[in-house]
Design a protein around this ligand. Structure first.
Ligand SMILES: [Zn+2]
Length: 80
């Protein structure tokens, strides 16, 4: 796959790499990371980067955010 001169920053034809998901991909992340965070399982033919659709990206972000928050529990933020 060559990058060519296209200016699109996201792959146009890529599909989400989560098993049983057929949504178009929004973003890609290192496969290892996705595997650790999303436990749905990835398709068999995933390369070094896993593509995520909007929904799974949202989920991925939510979970990474949680991780980060847990990481710095030093300052508890009061929330209504
Ligand atoms: Zn998906």
């Amino acid at each position: 796959m060559s990058l060519g001169s296209h200016r699109h920053t996201r792959p146009v034809e890529a599909k989400c790499d989560i098993k049983n998901c057929t949504q178009p991909a929004e973003r890609s992340f290192p496969k290892d990371k996705v595997q650790n965070i999303l436990t749905h399982g990835l398709k068999d033919d995933v390369g070094r980067r896993a593509f995520l659709c909007k929904e799974h990206y949202k989920e991925y972000r939510k979970k990474t955010k949680t991780e980060r928050l847990t990481d710095r529990l030093g300052w508890a933020e009061p929330r209504g």
